[in-house]
Design a protein around this ligand. Structure first.
Ligand code: HEM
Length: 448
């Protein structure tokens, strides 16, 4: 890999030397984000299959090991893998500083994927050795990612997106450290692992890590994809960037030490973050100059799931405190809705970002025209009908999963798993097949 100078003058091996003109200098080679996103698509298929297989167990016991396995195929093999791919693309672009090393990025991808699959497979099949390999691999992968991305994130004066990405990296480290401790605890029983403690890790992972990454990246992507330029600085977005991780940490602490007041303060701060994030979205939608498209539908659906998760979380907390049987199911449904907020956003943005990266890659290889003979366009790299189908499948899958856990319905859980697996196939194929066809059918003169 050829070296590229960073703005600070430091020669770096982390940038894409062959990028076509117009692509930011610090951008990594396309294979890095694309491989993370492809692995995330496979994770979505695996998560769907896992929910089909664990539907019976989940209807009886929400904390059964096969359920924990399905949860982690969702949060690690799907969501976190996609978010890590996004971070490898956007940290260098937003900070204008390349990652430290492409080779390390490729290694972290492999080690991460091994961990994100081995941990759930170990838990689901009752193999402590596989679980331990998974936990260790995830720990190593997060250390590599931190080494690779942290120098870029030291940049100053690049706004609240960088703050969000710093928080998100800290959230990834914290969640993984807690997760590794859980893995050890399952063998050595160092501390009591109650549902509250499990939920505390879920809150930090979902909001401080994954959610904060999304709100940080969205602050850059929404203006671009919606053609929305706010007249005033986005104060609501900046508030969300701080309130979300802080609220998550305080809520998780309250849950872990079982202090209701601390948990309530944390939940309140988290609610402020959610309202601020939604206000920022409303401002972007109101100022948009692009006509309604599927990206907007994805983003609004994702926001709807965030609202649904908040309402289900509040209802679940009240029901648990009143010792109503439905309480744990409502809390589980809330976590699914929050996961759905991020999953639908991830899939929706992938439909914009992947064709964008694919376009750069094809241009760098000399492809100038699409199948129609006209200049290569993003629309050549994706099929709109497949995209709409994927939207329907993933949204229905999330709604069915939340409803299935709330009502402990095996039928709904099986349906949810099938829909989520199908969405993984539809979305991944749509984003892979069309660029591949364009590359294959490009006129020979186009390709050097
Ligand atoms: C975004 C990141 C994460 C989220 C949202 C999350 C969420 C959760 C949730 C909700 C549970 C309870 C599941 C249930 O009882 O049905 C759980 C348990 C568990 N998690 Fe995670 N997790 C994350 C990352 C990790 C990581 C990185 C590891 C390992 C390195 C890990 C290891 C575990 C283990 C071992 C358990 C089972 C604990 C027990 O035996 O009760 N998790 N997690």
């Amino acid at each position: 890999m050829a070296s590229a100078p960073s703005p600070s003058g430091v020669v770096s091996s982390g940038a894409w030397a062959q990028r076509p003109s117009g692509v930011p200098a610090a951008v990594p080679p396309p294979g890095i984000p694309l491989a993370f996103l492809g692995a995330s698509g496979l994770g979505l298929v695996a998560m769907g299959v896992a929910w089909v297989l664990t539907a019976g167990a989940a209807s009886r016991d929400l904390t059964a090991d096969p359920v924990v396995a399905a949860v982690h195929l969702g949060v690690l093999a799907t969501l976190a893998t996609g978010v890590l791919g996004a971070m490898h693309q956007f940290v260098p672009v937003i900070t204008a500083r390349p990652i430290r090393s492409v080779r390390t990025a490729a290694t972290s991808l492999i080690v991460w994927v091994v961990g994100a699959w081995a941990l759930p497979l170990g838990i689901g099949t009752g193999s402590p050795a596989t679980t331990a390999v998974g936990g260790a691999a995830l720990g190593v992968a997060v250390a590599l990612v931190t080494w690779n991305l942290a120098p870029s994130l030291r940049v100053r004066g690049k706004g609240s997106s960088v703050t969000a990405l710093r928080w998100s990296l800290a959230g990834a480290i914290a969640t993984t450290l807690v997760g590794v401790a859980f893995v050890g605890d399952r063998r050595a029983a160092w501390f009591p692992l109650s549902g509250h403690v499990d939920l505390a890790m879920g809150v930090v992972g979902m909001f401080a890590w994954l959610g904060t990454a999304y709100i940080g990246v969205a602050a850059k992507l929404w203006p671009m994809f919606m053609l929305a330029h706010l007249e005033r600085p986005d104060r609501a977005g900046a508030t969300a960037v701080w309130a979300m991780p802080i609220g998550a940490i305080v809520l998780a602490t309250g849950l872990a030490i079982r202090r209701d007041l601390v948990a309530e303060v944390g939940a309140l701060v988290l609610a402020v973050a959610i309202v601020a994030h939604l206000r920022s979205l409303v401002a972007h939608v109101a100022h948009r100059r692009r006509a309604r498209d599927l990206h907007l539908v994805y983003v609004l659906t994702s926001a709807g799931l965030l609202v649904a998760g908040s309402l289900l979380g509040a209802a679940g907390t009240i029901a648990v405190r009143m010792r109503v049987d439905a309480g744990p199911g409502l809390v589980a449904a809330a976590m699914v809705a929050f996961g759905g907020w991020l999953l639908v956003a991830l899939v929706g943005h992938a439909h914009k970002v992947v064709p964008f990266i694919g376009w750069s890659l094809l241009r760098a290889r000399g492809v100038r025209t699409g199948p129609s003979g006209r200049p290569l366009a993003f629309a050549d790299l994706i099929d709109a009908r497949w995209a709409a189908l994927g939207y329907g499948q993933v949204t229905a899958g999330v709604v069915a999963l939340a409803s299935g856990l709330a009502t402990r319905s095996v039928g709904l859980l099986v349906t949810a798993g099938a829909l989520l697996a199908a969405s993984g196939v539809t979305v991944t194929l749509n984003l892979v097949v069309h660029p591949w066809r364009v590359a294959r059918s490009a006129p020979a003169a186009d390709v050097p």
